[in-house]
Ligand binder design. Structure first.
Ligand code: GLU
Length: 416
């Protein structure tokens, strides 16, 4: 388990944002605390007949601006502080992009790769049954996150629907298309990362195709953004997954590498001019843009001193520690924060939910146009605050979100 408490990271930035806009503590006191935290012990009969009990969580940080929204993570490091932080970041992410959701997150402490298909299905169904009182299309809408995918969402939707007695597609997003998923959802986070990177580069007077890009992570965020960057002619000089990374100063063949890692370990990929590197070497490699698309706390203070990139784009949630952030700011490295850079996923989740509630199917083009519009609008509002106040983008993004949250708090008031 990491020595950094990600919820403390969240509180630290929240405090900085509140001080910057001189909020009174009454204005944002409630935002410091998650509204609800549920911990469940999930018993599963394994394929060999033994019984195991897994720990699971669902945290609703805020429902101030709409129903709770956020993914479900299956990972051995999942713990309550991580889930609380991820839920809070969802509140801020949804507020930055101005979609009518609060923030929530769930997770199970498990390595899904160690379970069979049927064990995973039983675990997901039992977990869904145990968090059932909290979720629903008007209450809290889960989605995929690290270690979960469309299949897991399909099982959640089915379990919830069976319990209700009728099909409720809007209870989760990120489902397969055939049962109410949205076109464009699987690529949405990676596409959002690309849109935001392009916007930032344009402000700096640079073209993406002239930049060297290094990407940490080859999953749904890193892999898709790598493919999208490559498709517009960008040079990806480094990429990595949990097993290791690759580097080539002239640019890697991303489509080929993505195919290769489907069946073989990245460590076995051999091409002329391609060097094998560690994750640490990737983070400190010579590049213009570093996309972080793995897990939390990747850029620590120690690594921050060694980063050579001119700009970091946070495709993952919380990949930079608070201490590292200060060092990066001192080095004048631009950090495009997670709550803005990786919001593409939840924006298209919103499109999916809207389609489900109205029993509509949008064209992929309509989804992508909406995504682009929402992301650029959010980027502009954050960039404006950055320029106006001369502050880092993370602080600016928190301010945009916090101001919206405070407006809702003041209008709604406190019950009773
Ligand atoms: N897990 C994704 C995130 O962290 C998507 C959440 C969602 O679509 O609700 O943003």
């Amino acid at each position: 388990m990491s020595k950094y408490n990600p919820y403390d990271n969240f509180l630290d930035v929240l405090q900085q944002a509140a001080s910057e806009i001189q909020l009174e503590s009454n204005d944002y006191e409630t935002i410091k605390y998650p509204e609800r935290e549920l911990k469940v012990s999930i018993p599963i009969e394994m394929d060999d007949g033994t019984l195991r009990v897994f720990e699971g969580y669902r945290v609703q940080h805020s429902t101030l601006r709409g129903p709770g929204k956020g993914g479900i993570r299956y990972h051995p490091d999942v713990n309550i502080d991580e889930v609380k932080a991820l839920a809070a970041w969802m509140t801020f992410k949804c507020a930055v992009v101005n979609i009518p959701y609060g923030g929530a997150k769930g997770g199970i402490t498990v390595d899904p790769k160690t379970l069979s298909f049927n064990e995973l299905k039983r675990l997901t169904r039992r977990y869904t049954a145990m968090i059932l009182p909290l979720i629903g299309p008007e209450r809290d809408i889960p989605a995929p996150d690290v270690g979960t995918n469309a299949q897991v969402m399909d099982w959640i939707m089915d379990t919830y629907s069976i319990m209700k007695g009728y099909t409720v597609p809007g209870v989760v997003t990120g489902k397969h298309i055939d049962i109410g998923g949205s076109l464009g959802r699987a690529e949405a986070t990676g596409r959002g990362v690309m849109i935001i990177t392009e916007e930032m580069l344009t402000k700096l007077g640079k073209r993406p195709i002239d930049c060297k890009i290094a990407i940490q992570g080859m999953g749904n965020v890193g892999g898709i953004s790598a493919k999208l960057f490559a498709s517009i002619g960008c040079k990806i000089t480094a990429i990595s997954n949990v097993s290791g990374g690759l580097y080539c100063a002239d640019g890697l063949d991303i489509p080929e590498i993505m195919e290769f890692v489907k069946t073989s370990p990245i460590t076995e990929y051999k091409r002329k001019g391609v060097k094998h590197i560690t994750n640490r070497e990737l983070l400190t490699s010579d590049c213009d843009v570093l996309v972080l698309a793995a897990l939390e706390n990747q850029i620590t203070a120690e690594i921050a001193h060694l980063v050579k990139a001119k700009m970091i784009v946070e495709g993952a949630n919380g990949p930079t520690t608070v201490e590292a952030d200060k060092i990066l700011n001192d080095k004048e490295i631009i950090v495009v924060p997670d709550i803005l850079a990786n919001a593409g996923g939840v924006v298209v989740s919103y499109c999916e939910w809207v389609q489900n509630l109205q029993s509509l199917n949008w064209d992929e083009n309509d989804v992508n146009i909406t995504l682009k519009k929402v992301m650029i609008r959010a980027f502009d509002s954050v960039y404006e605050i950055t320029k106006k106040r001369g502050i880092p983008m993370r602080l600016a993004a928190y301010i945009v979100a916090l101001e919206r949250l405070c407006v809702s708090r003041n209008l709604r008031g406190i019950f009773p």
